[in-house]
Design a protein around this ligand. Structure first.
Ligand code: NAD
Ligand code: TYD
Length: 402
């Protein structure tokens, strides 16, 4: 596998980080065993739980050392960005990355280093496979990114969203409960709060009102996590971010779809009147927030991570065209998404007060960087768009295909 182009602002793997798609048993990092850690079956669960909990939540006492972390969905857009973020910020951490490698995965984004090493192991598999999941423990913490993540696909095929997003999260929680972890962080979304009018923002206290099958499946998973904390004492917490953007996002989501279509000179499909509003967050800011919540967040709590930059979809499309210097009238209005939420907006004051988190990227500058990444990495998105994606696109956007 060739080395992918990784921009300097994204970081690269530390020396010795490994990339492997071996079966999970073969892929379990040997040095863990040779260090004499007991096999999961011989672990005293009470002592293990105390030890693993002690590594997290030490506010102000410095970085947590020598963590063994299970990341799920770490070959996807945000998950892989999080893994690269940890390579920069927590190079000592050992990462076991469980990912089914669905259409949305980009394992090459993790192939920056190839030498055999225990620091990062990619295990291909399903979070709903209980035997596989349990074989990856013990672990100090779990961060669950794995999900079916596209609203439009959830409208076409809701069942898959229930299996991965709800049942899969339940399987992970059962394993975390059985083996004991220091933290279980569920990566969630502002979409669980439902649609807003022109005014107002959702705080963590706002009642959930999901309106798409995707949002309903994420809300169910959030509730499961918090119920496992309340009922069983699993130290679970939830982050809910607003819409992410940045390099390497699969071009079914709005921003990469607009940018790559504009680069091809193809129409930019805008649903309905284009006045739906989203709050945009650079993916690296989300990763910073997730790490802050993992290390400093309180179990049983929810933390909103909003980018603070609201735009209508038409404004985003206009900005993309301006950045690319496109003069052709490429924007086309296509039939609206079923049940399309009008506006999302988060109140992120709690993350600032408790985690010291606030976004660092401004939308204007970071969108320019993102557009530049897609312009410089045509091979990456053209490979995706030449495959089964073409059938997907023709099905979803019949009026845009000649
Ligand atoms: P993505 O679709 O790019 O990646 C999802 C990853 O999960 C893929 O690598 C896929 O192979 C993996 N996966 C899917 N089903 C799996 C299964 N059954 N077992 C193991 N792995 C599986 O998604 P993303 O945009 O990176 O989102 C990551 C998480 O963040 C999701 O939970 C999503 O709900 C949440 N989120 C995303 C956004 C956003 O704007 N993209 C915003 C808020 C929250
Ligand atoms: P999307 O990236 O799918 O994220 P989400 O639905 O999870 O917020 O869509 C962002 C916004 O862009 C949403 O209002 C739907 C709209 N949109 C379009 O107008 N055209 C498109 O082709 C897509 C994919 C989205």
């Amino acid at each position: 596998m060739g080395k992918p182009h990784i921009r300097s602002d994204e970081g690269t793997a530390p020396k010795g980080a490994s990339y492997s798609t071996k079966s999970f048993r073969a892929a379990l990092p040997e040095p863990i065993r040779s260090k004499g850690r007991p096999a999961p079956s011989s672990v005293n669960p009470h002592r293990l739980k105390r030890r693993r909990r002690a590594r997290f939540g030490r506010r102000g006492k410095g970085k947590v050392k020598a963590v063994r972390l299970i990341v799920t969905g770490g070959a996807g857009f945000i998950g892989s960005s999080f893994v690269r973020h940890l390579w920069r910020e927590r190079p000592d951490w050992e990462i076991v990355n469980l990912d089914l490698l669905t259409y949305a995965a980009d394992p090459e984004s993790l192939a920056a280093a190839t030498a055999a090493s225990p620091k990062h192991t990619l295990v291909r598999g399903d979070i709903a496979d209980a035997d596989l999941v349990q074989s990856l423990f013990p672990a100090d913490a779990v961060v669950n990114f794995a999900a079916e993540s596209h609203v439009d696909r959830s409208i076409v095929k809701p069942g898959l969203f229930l299996r991965t997003n709800v049942v899969g999260t339940g399987v992970l929680l059962d394993a975390a409960r059985k083996f004991g972890v220091g933290r279980f962080l569920q990566v969630s979304t502002d979409e669980v709060y439902g649609s807003l009018g022109a005014e107002g923002r959702c705080s963590e206290e706002t009642p959930l009102a999901p309106r798409s099958p995707y949002a309903a499946s994420k809300a169910a998973a959030d509730h499961l996590c918090l119920s496992y904390h309340h009922t069983f004492g699993v130290p679970a917490l939830v982050t809910r971010s607003s819409n992410n953007y940045g390099p390497r996002q699969f071009p079914e989501k709005l921003i990469p779809l607009l940018v790559t279509n504009a680069l091809e000179g193809s129409p930019l499909p805008i649903y309905g009147d284009g006045l739906n509003v989203r709050e945009w967050l650079h993916v690296t800011d989300n990763c910073r927030g997730i790490l802050a919540a993992l290390e400093r967040g309180r179990p049983g709590q929810v933390y909103n991570l909003g980018g603070g930059e609201e735009r209508t979809n038409l404004e985003v499309a206009g900005e993309v065209l301006r950045l690319l210097g496109a003069t052709a009238p490429l924007i086309v209005h296509v039939p609206d998404r079923l049940g399309h939420d009008r506006r999302y907006a988060l109140d992120s004051a709690k993350a600032l007060a408790e985690l010291g988190w606030r976004p660092q990227f401004s939308f204007g500058e970071a969108l320019a960087g993102t557009v530049a990444w897609y312009r410089e990495n045509e091979g990456w998105w053209r490979r995706i768009k030449s495959g089964v994606y073409r059938e997907y696109y023709a099905r979803m956007y019949p009026s845009c295909v000649s």
